[in-house]
Design a protein around this ligand. Structure first.
Ligand SMILES: Cc1cc2nc3c(=O)[nH]c(=O)nc-3n(C[C@H](O)[C@H](O)[C@H](O)COP(=O)(O)O)c2cc1C
Length: 367
């Protein structure tokens, strides 16, 4: 059967992957309210399309931190991609590069920064979890810099791991034939089976819970790379991130895997955009599955979006070809949305091209 949208890969991945792995990829925290809301909230935003605009040429290109990319759709960091497919992060890096966009490599990847850099000239960002051992952090950041990574994506919503109940039930652990490659040789590459989620135990042992805004400044003393702060949901933290020297902000709730009952990212976006006052670019991830979602995020002021689960599910289904197809489908849908809304370039996408329930309370569903 032909795949016609990004979401169809989820079912294929479910049938292909061991339950422990699929559950790890798909789950959110606790009641998974935010997980559903990340999708549902997009469906409450409607279009105000403009007609009779000459849309015979559509330009989706944009610039992120000075790097020109083919479309405002990038790859979010997702850990342990070799559980999905033997080519893991290599396949994702190649697919992102072929699509002319950016891949973000997770700290907890099953391929190292050097290995991913060796796949070719694609633009890569490195996602950082700050561990208790700051020497390890500094070494890792320098390795990423030396390997040619272009930015640090500092994840700030994970002082502790959220409760993902399927991982607890499954006693989730990294399969023994894989390692967290960036930490291999540092004795931090393995994840033991425990009476809990193995990742929760690993995070509790390694991640620095004391991380605070002063560490964002510290990070700038060990690297010249720009820092994107990932996991901001409020105006207050937006202002603090800018004060601390962030080069950009990613509105993210970690794919609803951390604190449950935070709003959908698309609901939090406009508050952050307003607080940023155009000083730094604001990006969004969480629940982006359609080109229409990308358009809605841009209309609310995002400079681009990142996708998480669609990458791991398509990787599981078809490896590099699957990830390429996901990026192509989102690209095609986004281009069509632009055309049908009367927008020829990203700068023509405005707040007036959409309406939200807070613009028009009467379109809100009655609960
Ligand atoms: C399986 C999985 C692993 C993830 N691993 C990381 C990670 O290592 N570091 C990180 O900052 N975010 C991680 N995230 C969060 C993603 O970067 C991103 O915020 C989220 O997946 C976006 O939502 P989406 O999956 O609905 O597209 C992970 C998400 C998933 C689903």
């Amino acid at each position: 059967m032909e795949i016609t949208n990004v979401m169809e890969y989820e079912e294929i991945a479910k049938n292909k992957l061991p339950k422990m792995v699929y559950d790890y990829y798909v789950s959110g925290a606790e009641d998974q309210w935010t997980l559903q809301e990340n999708r549902n909230a997009f469906s409450r935003i409607l279009f105000r399309p403009r007609i009779l605009v000459d849309v015979s040429h559509i330009d989706m290109t944009t610039t992120v931190l000075g790097f020109k990319i083919s479309m405002p759709i990038m790859v979010a960091p997702t850990a342990m991609q070799k559980m999905a497919h033997p080519d893991g992060e290599y396949a994702t890096a190649r697919a992102a590069s072929a699509a002319g966009t950016i891949m973000t490599l997770s700290s907890w990847a099953t391929s190292s920064v050097e290995e991913v850099a060796s796949t070719g000239p694609g633009i890569c960002f490195f996602q950082l979890y700050v561990l208790k051992d700051r020497n390890v952090v500094a070494q890792l950041v320098r390795r990423a810099e030396r390997a040619g990574f272009k930015a640090i994506v500092l994840t700030v919503d994970t002082p502790r791991l959220g409760r993902r109940e399927a991982d607890i039930k499954n006693r989730f652990a990294l399969p023994p034939y894989l390692t967290l490659k960036n930490f291999e040789g540092l004795d931090l590459g393995k994840m033991d089976k425990t009476n809990d989620s193995g990742l929760a135990t690993y995070a509790a042992e390694q991640v620095d819970r004391s991380l605070s805004w002063k560490d964002v400044k510290w990070l700038q003393t060990i690297t010249t790379l720009p820092i994107l702060v990932k996991g901001v949901l409020t105006a207050e933290d937006t202002r603090l991130a800018i004060q601390a020297g962030a080069a950009g902000i990613i509105v993210s709730n970690h794919g609803a895997r951390q604190l449950d009952y935070v709003p959908a990212t698309i609901m939090a976006l406009e508050e952050v955009v307003k607080a940023a006052q155009g000083k730094v670019p604001v990006f969004l991830d969480g629940g982006v599955r359609r080109g229409t979602d990308v358009f809605k995020a841009l209309a609310l002021g995002a400079s681009g979006v990142f996708i998480g689960r669609p990458v791991v599910f398509s990787l599981a289904a078809e490896g590099e070809a699957g990830v390429k197809k996901v990026l192509q489908m989102l690209r095609d849908e986004f281009e069509l949305t632009m055309a049908l809304s009367g927008c020829r370039s990203l700068k023509e996408i405005t707040r007036n091209h959409i309406m939200t329930e807070w613009d028009r309370p009467w379109i809100a569903p009655r609960l």
